[in-house]
Design a protein around this ligand. Structure first.
Ligand code: SF4
Ligand code: SF4
Length: 178
């Protein structure tokens, strides 16, 4: 009997900074897509992709919001690539206490790229006319589904720790956000 493995499609965005001209269309469409209501406004500060721009030095680097960092890191190295100097923070994808990047301007909550959930193709990729951003898809072996008993056990231990009332309250708030 063959053991057919489950696979899942993993989507990633490939960045070719050499092709970026700093037009910031990606920032505009991302912030408009995530506005409340959708497309009601655009404010690049709400974008999940930011373009580090320094036109005088012909320097454009699109960077995506990833995992937030709880604390500042210690490193402040510089990189020189093809004669252009970059701060270490230029490539960092984290919302972190040392800067305003990738933080929702009103609440200060960290922003994270969600690959335009619900869309066929990430909008920043669609709007990037120079192809600095392209979508790549690959098949990966899917992790085994979590057994329901384990999930129930996990919920029970959380409830024991925090109390059912707090759990219900948190679940109700999560449901409201959907
Ligand atoms: S849309 Fe493309 S070319 Fe324009 S800033 Fe964004 S990555 Fe660069
Ligand atoms: S994939 Fe969507 S959410 Fe992520 S940066 Fe691009 S437009 Fe924003």
């Amino acid at each position: 009997m063959t053991d057919a493995k489950q696979t899942k499609t993993v989507k990633t965005i490939k960045i070719n900074a050499d092709l970026c001209n700093g037009c910031r269309a990606c920032e505009v469409v991302c912030s408009a897509f995530h506005a409340e209501p959708k497309y009601s406004s655009n404010n690049p500060a709400r974008s999940r992709v930011r373009v580090i721009r320094d036109p005088l030095r012909d320097l454009y680097v699109p960077v995506y919001a990833g995992e937030p960092a709880g604390a500042e890191c210690a490193g402040r190295d510089k990189y020189i690539i093809d004669g252009k100097e970059y701060d270490e923070c230029a490539f960092c994808r984290a919302a972190c206490p040392s800067r305003d990047l990738f933080k929702e301007p009103d609440s200060g909550l960290p922003l994270r790229c969600d690959m335009c959930e619900g869309e066929d193709e990430p909008l920043c990729v669609k709007w990037c006319i120079t192809d600095a951003l392209t979508l790549e898809e690959r098949e990966e072996e899917a992790e085994e589904q979590e057994e329901p008993e384990e999930l129930e056990f996990g919920l029970e231990s959380l409830a024991n720790k925090f109390g059912w009332e707090k759990m219900q309250d948190a679940l109700a708030r999560m449901a409201q956000r959907e």
